[in-house]
Design a protein around this ligand. Structure first.
Ligand SMILES: NC(=O)c1ccc[n+]([C@@H]2O[C@H](COP(=O)([O-])OP(=O)(O)OC[C@H]3O[C@@H](n4cnc5c(N)ncnc54)[C@H](O)[C@@H]3O)[C@@H](O)[C@H]2O)c1
Length: 248
């Protein structure tokens, strides 16, 4: 028996990078997985490569679509045990450069998207009597990064919101654990694009890349830990996986 046998996971941003690897790892442990994204061709291809995995189109900013996605997950698999709020993107620009539109876009996808996901999933998990939510934060949300103030702000917000929602679930007596993960630089399409755009002496990602980037599995194994009974005593925390970036 796998560690996720009988459980159903919903993963946003599952067409690429960390979300796709989360889906592969959870499915390999027996989970039935729904991935959602806005990149439909990629999402369908990822789902086709994973046994028991389904793809749904979903822009995480779309409040009404959240209700449909949860309903479609329940219709397909009968329950919802795990939500990974993973969808994200980055737009570069310091506070002097970034437009308000680009600020809002990042905050809406990552912070609002995470809020909407938690709000849509919790009533169903509460009815199940158990659940695990994993929100994808970033070391940027802990230490600040001058080139990405909106991204860092959204991720810092995710860390604080995760804790607040975990406290709520505990106060309500729900056995729903809510945690965030803060990765440092991990090799994915997002960081490949960032490394190509950033100057070679950039004090953030480029210099940390010199210490060695992580692999998607480094994050997905922690998602499995928090999603499964391995993490049954962990809630309201932010797990940092950054090869020491935040202690340097
Ligand atoms: N890779 C890293 O080094 C790193 C570090 C810290 C945090 N993160 C976070 O991990 C998560 C995954 O990042 P990744 O590196 O795998 O990037 P990625 O670009 O490979 O994957 C992100 C996915 O999110 C999807 N997405 C973007 N906007 C969306 C929207 N509005 N609705 C639905 N889906 C949307 C994209 O289409 C993409 O498939 C993100 O939240 C990112 O901020 C990544």
């Amino acid at each position: 028996m796998g560690r996720m046998e009988g459980r159903v996971a919903l993963i946003t941003g599952g067409a690429s990078g960390l979300g796709a690897e989360d889906a592969r790892v959870l499915a390999s442990e027996g989970a039935r997985v729904v991935i959602t994204d806005v990149q439909d061709d990629l999402g369908r291809a990822v789902a086709a490569s994973i046994p028991g995995c389904r793809y749904l189109h979903h822009d995480v900013r779309d409040e009404a679509r959240w209700e449909e996605v949860v309903a479609e997950t329940l219709a397909a698999f009968g329950r919802l045990d795990v939500l990974v709020n993973n969808a994200g993107l980055v737009r570069f620009g310091t506070i002097e450069e970034l437009s308000y539109a680009d600020y809002k876009f990042q905050v809406e996808v990552m912070l609002d998207g995470t809020f909407l996901g938690c709000r849509a999933a919790i009533p169903h998990m509460a009815r199940n009597g158990t659940g695990a939510i994993i929100n994808m934060a970033s070391v940027g949300g802990m230490k600040g990064i001058s080139a990405i103030p909106a991204y860092a702000g959204a991720k810092g917000g995710i860390i604080a919101m995760t804790r607040s929602i975990a406290i709520h679930c505990r106060e309500q007596g729900y056995r729903i654990r809510v945690n965030s993960i803060a990765p440092g630089g991990i090799v994915t399409p997002m960081t490949a694009q960032a490394l190509a755009e950033l100057p070679a002496d950039d004090p953030g990602l480029q210099q940390n890349a010199n210490h060695g980037m992580g692999e998607p599995a480094d994050i997905a194994e922690m998602v499995l830990y928090l999603a499964s009974d391995l993490g049954k005593h962990i809630t309201g925390t932010n797990i940092v996986i950054d090869n020491g970036e935040t202690i340097a």
